[in-house]
Design a protein around this ligand. Structure first.
Ligand SMILES: [Zn+2]
Length: 158
């Protein structure tokens, strides 16, 4: 586990110059995550580094755009002889699917959804209030899939 306690969300940064981004946006979060992944990929000589971004993310965040990944791929190979020699590629298999489509497909292929995490907050359980949790609720509802993390007694039938 890697802890990054100094990262801040846009809502916690004074100056408010993050127009059009959700309050939970963390500047360059994905770039930071991908370089941690690149470090591990170099260590284990991985063939791929996979990201789980979906179509909904690419509409909002510039650090999941095709231009960002093109530059990032070049940075991986420029910065590491091992990654270049292994031709380690960044793959984003979900980028053409909406969050609803991702949930539907996950249910179809038997992904253990009870092991997934969507909350932006730290803790043992989802808060069910942050944008990550609200997006999860909407995606499961849109997909017509019961979320195994929501107790049966609290599921709303609408
Ligand atoms: Zn949450």
């Amino acid at each position: 586990m890697v802890r990054l306690p100094d990262l801040k969300e846009a809502q916690d940064i004074k100056g408010g110059h993050f127009e059009g981004l959700p309050p939970t946006y963390i500047p360059m979060r994905n770039g930071i995550f991908y370089f941690f992944a690149a470090s591990y990929a170099e260590e284990v000589r991985a063939a791929v580094v996979a990201g789980g971004h979906n179509k909904d993310d690419t509409r909002i965040f510039r650090d999941v755009s095709p231009g960002f990944f093109s530059a990032l791929q070049k940075a991986f190979w420029s910065g590491s002889r091992v990654l270049e020699a292994e031709e380690t590629r960044i793959v984003r298999p979900l980028e053409r699917m909406t969050k609803v489509q991702v949930v539907r497909r996950a249910a179809e292929i038997g992904v253990p959804l009870h092991l997934t995490w969507s909350c932006h907050r730290d803790g043992r359980h989802h808060c069910w209030k942050c944008t990550g949790c609200l997006g999860r609720i909407a995606a499961f509802k849109g997909a017509g899939v019961d979320d195994p993390l929501i107790p049966q007694s609290k599921r709303k039938i609408t």
